[in-house]
Design a protein around this ligand. Structure first.
Ligand code: IPM
Ligand code: MG
Length: 358
């Protein structure tokens, strides 16, 4: 039997609720499938850890998890801790040193879910956004000088390397090539940003020559937001910078009904380091502690984790169970227009896995 070690880092806010739900569902799935065993080890890193120790995770934290098969992450963010500390202290402190440079964000209308776009069906909205996840606007380069004086200067410098740009574009080409539509849209802002973004365009010209089966087009990021709303059907796979894809993926999540369902994979495709799977919704300050968060984003992320581990049968089983529950429509969380609790949605999905209500 195959055995996998998973580092679960629930983190902050609703991250803990949805990761607990995910671990519960994974256990049911493991039992039901019978072909693999999961060893889940929980880590209490995050803002509570920060309040006690002054850091979001231990100094040797990455060493503790470097040999696991996957990381299952909730969120980092707390009303009492500045956002740049929670982000850089935990999520980016794992993502960047573990070179998880490919961030994969599927956006699809699940059965039974009506998005805000009139007349748009699941057939019309089925995208994968590939976000560059190691550099660009999140490189952390820049600084502030003359603090608090009138002449203070603050700079964030986006760093793009040819290696970084080429590897994410090739990764996106591979994803596009594996999908039925085989279409890739390159998103930049190379009219206004005339250095790094123009390099993205140049690299793309070279890369696309190696993928004759993939059709391509290019959009400026502002125009892309309009196209996502007005012509969703024309989009298949998208590749964009760290910040542009961050923004586009929130819009994509809203267009598929709720931020609460959107999953993500932070991949180190070479598998030198473990990859990390997380819902994209964040800590949800407004609903934390109420038990009403939507576990679907975390469960869909678990589907991506199972695919990465090489357990496609279990991944499929979980995705079908999620879709069964959304299609039935009677056990939905508040963000999807229902009134079910996290626990009730989780239980409904566990039942669907076991075939009790299918
Ligand atoms: C995301 C989130 C994060 C990001 C936040 C929580 C820092 O919005 O994963 O999309 O900006 O990367
Ligand atoms: Mg985001």
């Amino acid at each position: 039997m195959k055995e996998y070690t998973i580092a679960a880092i629930p983190g902050d806010g609703i991250g803990t609720e949805v990761i607990n739900a995910g671990v519960e569902v994974l256990k049911v799935l493991e039992k039901h499938d019978g072909g693999f065993k999961l060893h889940v080890k929980k880590y209490d890193w995050g803002s509570d850890y920060y309040r006690k120790h002054g850091i979001m995770m231990p100094e040797d934290g990455r060493d503790q998890i470097k040999d696991v098969d996957a990381i299952y992450f909730g969120s980092a963010g707390d009303p009492e801790v500045p956002d740049h500390i929670t982000l850089w202290g935990l999520r980016l402190n794992i993502c960047q040193p573990f070179d998880q440079y490919a961030n994969v964000r599927p956006a699809r209308l699940l059965p039974g879910i009506e998005g805000p776009l009139k007349g748009v069906t699941a057939y019309d909205l089925d995208w994968v956004i590939i976000r560059e996840n190691s550099e660009g606007e999140y490189a952390g380069t820049g600084g502030r000088v003359h603090r608090d004086l009138p002449e203070e200067v603050g700079m964030d410098v986006a760093v793009f390397t040819r290696v970084g740009v080429e590897r994410i574009q090739r990764f996106a080409m591979d994803i596009a090539s594996s999908r039925p539509r085989k279409h890739l849209t390159l998103v930049t802002k190379s009219n206004a940003q005339r250095h790094g973004m123009v390099m993205w365009d140049d690299v793309f010209e070279r890369v696309k020559a190696d993928y004759p089966d993939v059709t391509t087009d290019k959009m400026l990021v502002d125009a892309m937001t309009t196209r996502m709303v007005l012509d969703p059907k024309s989009i298949d796979t998208v590749v964009a910078t760290n910040l542009h894809a961050d923004v586009l993926s929130d819009l994509a999540a809203a267009l598929t009904g709720s931020l609460g369902i959107a999953p993500t994979a932070n991949l180190n495709p070479e598998r030198t380091f473990p990859s990390m799977f997380e819902p994209i919704h964040g800590s949800g300050f407004d609903i934390m502690g109420q038990g009403i968060s939507n576990p679907i984003g975390s469960l869909w992320s678990a589907v991506m984790m199972l695919e990465h581990l090489g357990e496609p049968r279990a991944a499929r089983k979980l995705m079908v169970a999620i879709e069964h529950v959304t299609a039935a429509g009677d056990v939905l969380s508040k963000d999807l227009g229902g009134n079910a609790t996290t626990k009730e949605v989780t239980e409904a999905i566990c039942k669907a896995i076991c075939g009790e209500n299918t």
